[in-house]
Design a protein around this ligand. Structure first.
Ligand code: ZN
Length: 83
C-alpha cells in the first residue's frame, strides 16, 4: 500500500490592520496581516494542524513582519480580525 503523506498549507486569510501603526515606518493603517494554517495530510485529508504561520506586511515601507516581531498593538488587531 502506498501512503500519500505530507504537509500542505490551508486557506490563507488576510486582514487589513486599520488604525495600527507600522513598527518600522510609523504609518497608520498600512499593515495587512495574513495567516496560513499548515496541515499534515494523509491521502490529502488534513489530519493534524501543525500551526499557523502569521505574517504582516506594510504597504508603505514594504517591510514584512513575522509573528515574533509584532507589536502588542498588531497582535491585538490580528486577534480581533483573524479569529
Ligand atoms: Zn511601514
Amino acid at each position: 500500500m502506498i501512503l500519500f503523506f505530507g504537509t500542505r498549507p490551508g486557506k490563507t486569510r488576510t486582514a487589513a490592520l486599520t488604525g495600527v501603526s507600522c513598527p518600522h515606518c510609523g504609518n497608520k493603517g498600512q499593515l495587512t496581516a495574513s495567516s496560513t494554517p499548515n496541515f499534515i495530510h494523509i491521502f490529502w485529508i488534513p489530519v493534524y494542524r501543525l500551526g499557523t504561520s502569521l505574517v504582516a506586511e506594510c504597504s508603505h515601507c514594504k517591510r514584512g513582519f513575522y509573528k515574533e516581531d509584532f507589536s502588542s498593538e498588531m497582535k491585538r488587531a490580528v486577534e480581533e480580525q483573524l479569529r
